[in-house]
Ligand binder design. Structure first.
Ligand code: FAD
Length: 292
């Protein structure tokens, strides 16, 4: 099933992101965790892709398994930075052979060793190049792309970031998924600006319930997300109490999601961090709203 068709249904729904294992040794435990999340019957599940090939080999294994065992539609992520045309085309063929029709087209982060390097000879410089490649390989692919309510860290300003976002949509992105954010007003402002810029495709907000205080600091540093005082207080109070922190973060994420639904956004994507218990508790908090 195409994600764009799921998004056109006029009712609240929830989807989850999982990431593949980094090594063979943890493959079975990661697979089991993703299966537990699939049992919640989310509207779809996305499976991330290790830029530079780190965990790329397992993205399709996990996505195919969820789809075949539980019938949950899957979205396979794919990155292109520092990849050759040959390797990307091979990956696209593998995605097609696995029967996956939804692809999240990403640039990926620039590996530290290549920062500042001359990019003129690279086969792919931006996600838009990958979107063109996917469309050429199969016009029937349903394509997602990333967007940043708080601006991509490399962008000089939001106007330019939105100009390039529009390029991705014009190239064929059917929907956009946001970077995590902790203040819904940032999303509402962003939506206003992109609609004004002529971007009309559905935007799926990404919510991250990070239940570990150290991970919160790291994730926020990497993404550049703004931490509202309400969230800071929660980390200050419960950061050293793992069970309390988990409960508080689940409540915070649930509150954010309900506000998004209440403001007319139907599908929300939860970065599950491969934690079935966190996914299940958020899902359960929303059970009546989701009608399950
Ligand atoms: P781009 O769209 O190429 O944008 C990157 C920067 O370049 C932006 O500043 C943009 O404004 C600018 N830009 C875009 N097009 C042009 C152009 N034509 N000319 C000049 N400048 C331009 N990473 C992974 O490695 N694996 C994953 O699975 C993964 N999943 C993600 C899922 C989501 C929802 C999000 C939000 C991010 C994800 N990432 C993932 C991280 C992502 O790869 C990084 O944020 C990366 O730095 C940018 O990727 P992008 O696709 O947004 O790049």
């Amino acid at each position: 099933m195409k994600i764009k068709d799921i998004l056109s249904a006029n009712k609240p729904s929830l989807s989850f992101e999982v990431f593949p294992p980094k090594t063979e040794t943890v493959f079975d435990s990661v697979k089991a965790a993703t299966e537990e999340i699939a049992k919640l019957r989310p509207s779809f599940m996305s499976v991330t892709y290790g830029a530079g090939g780190g965990t790329s080999k397992y993205t399709l294994d996990i996505a195919k398994n969820i789809k075949e065992l539980y019938g949950v539609p899957t979205l396979a992520h794919l990155t292109c930075v520092s990849s050759t045309k040959e390797s990307v085309r091979q990956k696209i063929n593998e995605i097609k052979a696995a029967g996956i029709t939804n692809v999240m087209a990403l640039r990926g982060d620039i590996p530290p060793a290549l920062e500042g390097a001359d990019r003129s000879g690279w086969d792919y410089r931006h996600a838009v190049d990958l979107i063109y490649e996917l469309k050429a390989a199969d016009p029937d692919f349903c394509i997602g792309a990333a967007c940043y309510p708080e601006i991509h860290p490399e962008s000089p300003n939001q106007k330019e970031d939105i100009r390039y976002l529009r390029e991705k949509v014009d190239a064929g992105a059917d929907f956009l998924t946001t970077q995590m954010f902790f203040d819904n007003n940032l999303l509402y402002n962003f939506l206003y600006k992109i609609r004004e810029a002529g971007i009309t495709v559905p935007v799926i907000p990404g919510i991250m319930p990070i239940a570990n205080a150290n991970q919160v600091q790291r994730a926020i540093k990497l993404s550049g997300s703004f931490m509202p005082q309400r969230f800071k207080s929660l980390v200050d109070k419960f950061g050293s109490d793992p069970a309390g922190m988990k409960q508080a973060v689940i409540a915070y994420a649930t509150d954010q999601i309900i506000d998004l639904y209440a403001n007319g956004i139907n599908n929300v994507h939860v970065y599950s961090m491969n934690k079935p218990d966190v996914a299940a508790r958020i899902h359960s908090n929303l059970s009546d709203i989701l009608g399950k």
